[in-house]
Design a protein around this ligand. Structure first.
Ligand code: PLP
Length: 240
C-alpha cells in the first residue's frame, strides 16, 4: 500500500500528463485535495506532503479541521465544494478562500452580506449541465443550446455580479457518476461552452476558472479545459 504522499505525487503526475496531452501548461491546473470524512490528522498529513488546496463539502466539518490545522499550516487554501445552506453563509464567508458551490442568487446575496467590509469573497457558480436530478446547481440541462434555461440563468448571473463583495471567478460542475470517464466529457464541454458564453455576455467579470473533474475523470476534464480538479479517493482510497 503506497503512502498518502506517494499517491498525491502520482495524482499530480497524472494531472501534468493530462495537461501536456491537451497542449496545456500543467501549472494552469490546481489540484484541490478533497478531505471530506477524513480526520484532521490525515488532512495534516496530506498538507505536509504538499497539498496547498483542500476541499471540504460541509461547513461544520471543515471548521473543526481548519481550527485544528490553522496554527501549523496557516497558508492552506480552503475550498467549499458541497451544497451550502443560507443559514451557514456567515461561517462559510469567514472560513473559505473559494466557495465553489454558489447555486442560487439568494445564496450569493446571503454570502455577500457576511463578507468583511474591505474584502471580496471569491466564488464559483455551480451549474447542473447534465440535468441529473440529484445534482445541485443552477439548472442548465443541455448547456447553452437550451436557450430557455440560458435566458432564465442570465438575470441570476447578473444579480450575482452586482454583489460588490463577491468576486466571481468562473464555474463549477459535478459530472454524473458513469462507469466510463469519457461519458462525462459532454458535461465538461457543456460547462466550458457556458463559461465562454458568459464571458462574451459579461466581459468585465472574470470567468477564468472551471472547477470540474474528480478521481475517475479528472484527465477528461483537463482535456476539456478544467483549471481546478477536485480529487479525494485517488489520494485517500474509498471513503467509509
Ligand atoms: C467528494 C467530492 C469530490 C471528490 O470526489 P472523489 O471521487 O473522491 O475524487 C469532488 N467534488 C465534490 C463536489 C465532492 O463532493
Amino acid at each position: 500500500m503506497s503512502s498518502i504522499a506517494e499517491r498525491l505525487d502520482a495524482v499530480r503526475a497524472r494531472i501534468a500528463q493530462a495537461a501536456r496531452q491537451a497542449g496545456r501548461d500543467p501549472a494552469e491546473v490546481t489540484l484541490v485535495t478533497v478531505t471530506k470524512t477524513h480526520a484532521a490528522a490525515l488532512v495534516a498529513e496530506v498538507v505536509s506532503a504538499g497539498a496547498a488546496d483542500v476541499g471540504e463539502n460541509r461547513v461544520q466539518e471543515a471548521q473543526a479541521k481548519i481550527n485544528a490545522l490553522v496554527e501549523l499550516h496557516p497558508c492552506v487554501r480552503w475550498h467549499l465544494i458541497g451544497h451550502l445552506q443560507r443559514n451557514k453563509a456567515r461561517a462559510a464567508a469567514e472560513l473559505f478562500d473559494l466557495v465553489h458551490s454558489v447555486d442560487s442568487l439568494r445564496l450569493a446575496e446571503a454570502l455577500a452580506r457576511h463578507v468583511a467590509p474591505d474584502q471580496r469573497l471569491p466564488i464559483l457558480l455551480q451549474v447542473n449541465v447534465s440535468g441529473e436530478a440529484s445534482k445541485e446547481g443552477f439548472d442548465l440541462q443541455g448547456g447553452v443550446a437550451n436557450r430557455a434555461a440560458l435566458a432564465a440563468l442570465l438575470p441570476a448571473v447578473e444579480g450575482v455580479l452586482a454583489c460588490p463583495s463577491l468576486e466571481v471567478r468562473g464555474l463549477m460542475t459535478v459530472a454524473p457518476m458513469v462507469p466510463n470517464p469519457e461519458a462525462a466529457r459532454p458535461t465538461f464541454r457543456a460547462l466550458r461552452e457556458l463559461r465562454d458564453e458568459l464571458a462574451r455576455r459579461f466581459p468585465t467579470a472574470t470567468w477564468a476558472e472551471l472547477s470540474m473533474g474528480m478521481s475517475d475523470d479528472f484527465a477528461v476534464a483537463i482535456s476539456e479545459g478544467a483549471t481546478i480538479v477536485r480529487v479525494g479517493r485517488a489520494i485517500f482510497g474509498e471513503r467509509e
